[in-house]
Design a protein around this ligand. Structure first.
Ligand SMILES: *Cc1c(COP(=O)(O)O)cnc(C)c1O
Length: 385
């Protein structure tokens, strides 16, 4: 029996090592990784720049606490504020912690308490972020949820307008719902949400934990839209495989987080900072981001051509290298078959195969992945009839 809590249903694959887009198991089998550790290894596994930054930092210092000045935190924060609407950064260790920080900041800065989020959203597993998550299955067994969290249907403009009132501190949303099934926010809806926020002094929090750090071809996915969020949260891809979280916010919110108001012992850990800086230097470059857009288009085109017309595929959608293939049935056995054939992919809800390849993936690797997907999706159809 495993010594670990069975919180994860794990595949029968024991990892030995990983490099670039490839994972190798303890039996010597290799896999093309189109999950990238759930959108974490955006530069692939053990990117040489990130590895070197970590090695250098290992020889300087590992931890001293946030009681002292740490120039490496300032330098990392600078990359984030120069590439977003944020002016101030709070570092923590995960996506859920970044969202907890956002919820606390929004409440303290506005003096209001209600947080509106969306059905099928995902914001994390700690109590505040779990309460903000609009999915029953995430709440089950842990009730009662925190008060003051309200969920409205995604892409429903009128529902948002109706939900906002004088107690509303913030609206929290993902630009593409990742865990919820790769559902994209409509541009009109996004404009309406931003408008409702401005009209009612409600803060707009964008959860970029999965969509950020170049995943969709921009530093952050909200930058595809003409909006100016008050708070942005980041994690997953930010550390290139090292745990980290960050919350960026506008300078008008600065004073609400004065000394003693919020903290994280490990937040801004120098190893995480070194890794994140190496990631940001690499990813936040126009030519790199254009490459992501271009490869994302290529991947969607190839998928549309080779599996788009299969009866089992109901829709292919996404942006950049964040793509969902929605099927007419549960995809768990398809994902297992893909792993057997050497391709690691993710699900997003029961019926969606989610692709989050490392952003350094090549077109040849995309071709290989599409061929494997096509084989499995075609076979499955044949076996049903
Ligand atoms: C993964 C995810 C989170 C939670 O991040 P953790 O690091 O697992 O706490 C929050 N929001 C979104 C959109 C995510 O995809």
């Amino acid at each position: 029996m495993s010594a670990l809590f069975p919180t994860y249903k794990r595949f029968n694959l024991s990892v030995k090592q990983a490099s670039g887009t490839t994972v190798e198991d303890t039996d010597g089998n290799t896999y093309l990784d189109f999950g990238a550790g759930i959108g974490v290894c955006n530069l692939g596994h053990r990117h040489p720049d990130v590895q070197l930054a970590l090695e250098n930092q290992l020889n300087q210092y590992w931890h001293v606490s946030n009681l002292y000045q740490q120039p490496i935190q300032e330098a990392t924060a600078k990359w984030l504020i120069e590439n977003s609407t944020g002016d101030q950064v709070f570092f923590c260790n995960s996506g859920t912690e970044a969202n907890e920080s956002a919820i606390k900041l929004a409440r303290k800065a506005t003096g209001k308490h209600k947080i509106i989020s969306f059905k099928q959203s995902f914001h994390g597993r700690t109590f505040g972020s779990m309460a903000a998550t609009g999915q029953e299955k995430i709440h089950t067994g842990f009730g009662p949820m925190l008060e003051s969290f309200h969920y409205v249907p995604f892409n429903d403009r009128d529902a948002v307008k109706r939900a906002v009132d004088g107690d509303t501190a913030a609206i929290m949303m993902e630009m593409i719902q990742g865990e919820g099934g790769i559902h994209m926010a409509d541009p009109d809806f996004v404009q309406e949400v931003a408008h409702v926020c401005r009209q009612n002094d409600v803060l707009l929090i964008i959860d970029e934990v999965q969509t950020g750090i170049g995943r969709t071809g921009k530093p952050f996915a909200y930058q595809h839209y003409d909006i100016s969020p008050d708070i942005i949260t980041s994690a997953k891809g930010l550390g290139g495989g090292v745990p980290i979280g960050a919350m960026m916010a506008k300078k008008t919110l600065r004073d609400a987080f004065g000394p003693g108001s919020h903290a994280a012992t490990f937040g801004g850990n120098p190893l995480a900072m070194a890794a994140a800086q190496a990631v940001l230097k690499h990813v936040f470059q126009d030519d790199f981001l254009h490459g992501v857009t271009e490869k994302g288009r290529y991947l969607q085109e190839r998928l549309n051509k080779s599996v788009g017309d299969l009866p089992v595929v109901s829709s292919i959608r996404g942006k950049g290298l964040m793509i969902g293939i929605e099927c007419t049935e549960d995809v768990s056995h398809k994902i297992s078959s893909l792993i057997d054939k050497g391709l690691l992919v993710l699900n997003a809800g029961p019926n969606v195969i989610r692709l989050l390849p490392p952003l350094i993936v090549s077109k040849q690797e995309i071709d290989v992945a599409v061929q494997l997907l096509s084989g499995v999706l075609t076979d499955e159809k044949a076996s049903i009839t």
